[in-house]
Design a protein around this ligand. Structure first.
Ligand SMILES: C[S@@+](CC[C@H](N)C(=O)[O-])C[C@H]1O[C@@H](n2cnc3c(N)ncnc32)[C@H](O)[C@@H]1O
Length: 262
């Protein structure tokens, strides 16, 4: 356990301008949740915070941005650090190829599927209700904390050498966490929701930070938005460093961090 108080900073600026001045080779986890290539200005209310996810130059322009984002943050990752790139069906496949190009195919650790059940359905395809988080490591000795979760049992047969526990939902065993994470998306009436478009749930970032870092480590989020990854870091005793091009995002992240306690 680290005894030092967690510390951090949130910087307002374009990551391409800011990155060269950030501490090189220090981040244990670089979590990147960039615009997803949705082709829209992202906002939840016309007078609320927003960010631009429009690419007049099409996929080519977006991929040049993504490549530049990964290249400019690579020197910030420490040896044996972990990078987690969060995308959805629009560009996740491109993101993985870019990571392989930069870090090499052997650096692959996981493709975490974040599965959720938001509303909206199509008559032409199955509900697109998951994001992919591609996890790569910059060295073989990266941090991995094996995490266990409750796995509820449909029956009790065949579990003679496993401990079966019980709670209000039924009987369960503890099994090692898989790479599919069923975590509810944020709803507008939740306490942690601050109205930032595409704000991610803390439960998701708590897990990611817990699996791939230790207390005292530095978590860097170069597109931090409302600061979900930074809050997860602060609450669990990690240092944090956030950057965002939007001033509203930075103000929200700073407010959330000031309210976050370990
Ligand atoms: C998907 S949102 C991040 C949401 C965040 N994870 C949260 O939970 O609130 C993407 C963010 O990337 C930021 N962004 C886009 N281009 C950027 C750039 N060049 N430099 C810094 N931030 C950028 C946007 O302002 C936006 O806040």
């Amino acid at each position: 356990m680290s005894n030092k108080q967690p510390r951090g900073e949130v910087i307002h600026g374009d990551i391409f301008d800011v990155a060269p001045g950030l501490p090189q080779g220090k981040a244990a986890l670089v979590y990147i949740d960039p615009p997803f290539f949705s082709g829209r200005k992202r906002s939840n209310r016309s007078d609320g915070p927003s960010y631009d996810d429009r690419w007049p130059g099409g996929l080519g322009e977006y991929l040049a941005f993504l490549r530049r984002l990964l290249e400019s943050t690579q020197p910030l990752l420490k040896a044996n650090g972990v990078i987690a790139l969060h995308l959805d069906w629009r560009a996740a496949h491109h993101g993985r190829i870019e990571l392989e190009r930069l870090y090499g195919p052997n650096a692959f650790v996981n493709e975490v599927i974040w599965s959720y059940r938001t509303g909206g359905l199509s008559k032409r395809w199955l509900g697109r209700k998951h994001d992919s988080i591609h996890v790569f490591a910059s060295g073989k000795d990266y941090t991995f904390n094996l995490t266990r979760e409750k796995s509820y049992l449909a029956h009790r047969y065949g579990f003679s050498n496993v401990e079966i526990k019980e709670d209000e939902h039924g009987a369960y065993t503890h099994t090692a966490l898989r790479d599919v994470w069923e975590i509810p998306a944020l709803r507008g009436n939740q306490r942690e929701y601050v109205g930032y478009p595409t704000q991610k749930p803390l439960a998701l970032l708590n897990r990611l930070v817990g699996c791939f870092t230790n207390p005292g480590d530095l978590v860097l989020d170069p597109c931090c938005g409302s600061g979900t990854a930074l809050v997860a870091a602060r609450q669990s005793g990690r240092d944090w460093l956030g950057v965002d091009a939007g001033n509203d995002a930075v103000q929200l992240a700073l407010r959330r961090l000031s309210e976050a306690v370990m």
